[in-house]
Design a protein around this ligand. Structure first.
Ligand SMILES: NC(=O)c1ccc[n+]([C@@H]2O[C@H](COP(=O)([O-])OP(=O)(O)OC[C@H]3O[C@@H](n4cnc5c(N)ncnc54)[C@H](OP(=O)(O)O)[C@@H]3O)[C@@H](O)[C@H]2O)c1
Length: 268
C-alpha cells in the first residue's frame, strides 16, 4: 500500500462525518496507514477527534459545519482544497437516520435525511470526483448500509437514501473505471455507534448497542476493500453478510415485515 506521494509527503484522505462512530474509525484506519486526514463533523467534538488522530502520528484537519446545507458541504471541500494537496482518498461517510412512522414524522426531519445522505453525498462526490479525475488517481468510499438491500419500514426515508448511495457508488465506479479513480461501497450492518440513538430509535430493537457489529471491524473491512479497489463490501460479522445474501432472494414484502419487527417504535 502506498502511503507517500512521489514527493515523499504523506498522502491525504478526507472523511465526512469523521468526528465519531464509523467515520472516526475510518479516519483512524487512514492514520494507521500513514495518511494525513481531514475530518468533518457538526459538533465541537470534531476538534478533539482531530487531536486524537494527531496522537497517531499524522496531521489531522478538523472542519465543523452542517452537511445538510450547501455551504456546509462546500465549506468542507474548500477547506480541504485550500490545503493545496491532492486528495488521495475520500470516505463519503456522513449520514443520519430517522426512526418512527412516516405519517407522524415532521417533513423537515425527513428532508434533512435526504439533504445529508443524498444531496450532500452527491455534492461532495462531485467535488472529489472532478479533483481525482483531473489527477488521474484516487479512491472513494461511499458509506451505504445493508438497509440498501431491504425495504425499511419505520426508517422509510433512511433506507432508500442508503439504496441511493449503493447504486450511486456502483454507477460511478463503472463510469470511472479507466480514470484511475476507484469507487467502493461499504454496507455496514447494525453497528455500535450513536447512530440509532441520534435517529430517535432508542425504543426499538436498535436501541441496544450490545448485539451490534464493532465499529472498528466495520471500518477496517471498509478500509481494506477500498485499498483493494473492490466494488462493495458488507461491514460486520458472518451473520450480517448472510442477511445480505438472503436479501437477494427474499420477496420485498417478507423483508419489509421482518424489518418492521425490529424498527417499529416499542419493539425493544
Ligand atoms: N451505525 C449503524 O448501525 C450503521 C449501519 C449502516 C450504515 N451506517 C452508516 O454509517 C455512516 C456513519 O454512521 P455512524 O454509525 O458512525 O453514525 P454516528 O455515530 O451518528 O456518527 C455520525 C457522524 O456524522 C456527523 N454528522 C451527523 N450529522 C451531521 C451534519 N448534519 N453535518 C456534519 N456532520 C454530521 C457526526 O458529527 P458530530 O460529531 O457533530 O455528531 C458524526 O461524526 C452513516 O452514513 C450511516 O448511514 C451506520
Amino acid at each position: 500500500m502506498t502511503t507517500e506521494s512521489h514527493t515523499g509527503e504523506r498522502l491525504l484522505a478526507l472523511v465526512t462525518g469523521g468526528s465519531s462512530g464509523i467515520g472516526l474509525e475510518l479516519a483512524k484506519q487512514f492514520a494507521h496507514a500513514g495518511y494525513d486526514v481531514a475530518i468533518s463533523g457538526q459538533s465541537e467534538r470534531v476538534h478533539t477527534s482531530a487531536q486524537a488522530l494527531r496522537e497517531l502520528g499524522v496531521d489531522a484537519y478538523p472542519f465543523q459545519g452542517d452537511a445538510a446545507t450547501f455551504d456546509g458541504v462546500e465549506g468542507f471541500w474548500t477547506f480541504v482544497a485550500d490545503l493545496g494537496r491532492p486528495v488521495a482518498a475520500a470516505a463519503l461517510n456522513v449520514g443520519i437516520g430517522l426512526g418512527g412512522a412516516f405519517v407522524d414524522n415532521n417533513l423537515e426531519a425527513d428532508l434533512r435525511v435526504v439533504a445529508v445522505n443524498v444531496t450532500g453525498t452527491v455534492h461532495m462526490a462531485k467535488r472529489v470526483v472532478q479533483h481525482m479525475a483531473a489527477n488521474g488517481q484516487g479512491r472513494i468510499l461511499v458509506v451505504s448500509s445493508i438497509s440498501a438491500t431491504t425495504p425499511t419500514p419505520f426508517e422509510t426515508v433512511y433506507g432508500p437514501s442508503k439504496a441511493f448511495g449503493f447504486s450511486f457508488a456502483e454507477s460511478l465506479r463503472e463510469e470511472l473505471k479507466d480514470s484511475g479513480v476507484s469507487v467502493t461501497a461499504l454496507l455496514p450492518g447494525a453497528t455500535d455507534s450513536d447512530f440509532h440513538a441520534n435517529a430517535g430509535m432508542g425504543n426499538t430493537r436498535f436501541g441496544d448497542n450490545s448485539w451490534k457489529n464493532d465499529r472498528r471491524l466495520v471500518a477496517q473491512q471498509g478500509f481494506e476493500a477500498l485499498m483493494r479497489g473492490d466494488d462493495h463490501v458488507v461491514g460486520g460479522d458472518e451473520a450480517t453478510r448472510q442477511v445480505v445474501v438472503d436479501n437477494r432472494t427474499l420477496p420485498e414484502a417478507v423483508k419489509a415485515a421482518r424489518q418492521a419487527e425490529m424498527t417499529r417504535p416499542g419493539s425493544s
